[in-house]
Design a protein around this ligand. Structure first.
Ligand code: ADP
Length: 251
């Protein structure tokens, strides 16, 4: 479903992703952990095509986000192609990024109408269903300012799902929440994983959740995957010294 093939991303002299290889199967749940600055968020940003990569190829659902031109140089795909591939991906951010002047329901309707071309009635029915699913059936008319962080994040999840993605990306989605609100958001993610055909890729500091939820955990260090494996193995019996050091510092 997702493939990074020798992907390098630099900002000036700083190499953030260093010939990264990563394959994610359809419906697989993968967590990315690692120290600050190791390139975790950059992986998600590259997948969302928010920025160009310097080298390598990223594939989503069998389609490349770049292609070779006649001279064998890697070039970015056309905007039209990128929009289509990007449409397969939903992303949820640390800071919710909801439209402040729209209600929960309107937040979930805007893109399906303007991007997917759904009728308002269709989009509204689907949005209502998704808000019910994330436990916010009674908050459809609320504006972001009237909601808690956990509720806003659940609206953000419903909004991403309204675009019918095949892949969901979660970028430290509980980091900005008060501790007592973390559980309600993780519960929604857990339920999504169990009940829907979705490939899920999550950057997280919630080690307990990563352990319980993921099929596979990738430990990033210096823009590469230093170690990856099933959560039981990686958390209980890591092979790499850096993984061990990181885990002993955060657990
Ligand atoms: P992580 O998510 O693991 O904390 P990031 O992927 O956010 O790490 O960032 C990796 C490195 O890239 C960091 O050193 C960060 O400062 C740098 N970086 C990220 N975005 C930019 C940017 N737009 N310009 C310059 N450096 C950046």
């Amino acid at each position: 479903m997702v493939r990074f093939e020798n992907v390098t991303k630099s900002y000036g002299a700083l190499t953030v992703l260093d010939q990264l290889n990563l394959d994610i199967e359809r419906n697989e749940k993968v967590s990315i952990i690692g120290p600050s600055g190791s390139g975790k968020t950059t992986v998600l940003r590259m997948l969302m095509t928010l920025e160009r990569i310097n080298d390598g190829v990223i594939w989503v659902d069998g389609e490349p986000l770049t292609h070779m031109d006649r001279n064998g140089t890697m070039v970015k795909a056309s905007e039209r192609h990128l929009r289509r591939v990007r449409g397969k991906i939903g992303m949820v951010f640390q800071h919710f990024n909801l439209f402040p002047h729209m209600t929960a329901l309107q937040n979930c309707i805007e893109a399906p109408v303007s991007v997917l071309g759904l009728s308002r009635a269709e989009a509204e029915a689907r949005a209502a269903e998704l808000l019910d699913m994330v436990g916010l059936g009674d908050k459809k008319g609320h504006f972001p300012i009237q909601m808690s962080g956990g509720q806003k994040q659940r609206v953000a999840i419903a909004r991403a799902l309204a675009m019918r993605p095949k892949v969901m990306l979660f970028d430290e989605v509980t980091s900005a929440l008060d501790p007592e609100l973390v559980g309600e958001v993780l519960n929604v993610i857990r339920q999504l994983g169990a009940e829907h055909d979705l490939t899920m890729l999550m950057v997280t500091h919630q080690m307990g959740f990563a352990k319980e939820f993921s099929d596979r955990v990738c430990f990033f260090y210096g823009g590469k995957i230093a170690e990856q494996g099933p959560p039981d193995k990686l958390f209980n019996d890591p092979d790499n010294d850096r993984t061990r050091q990181f885990l002993s510092a955060v657990l």
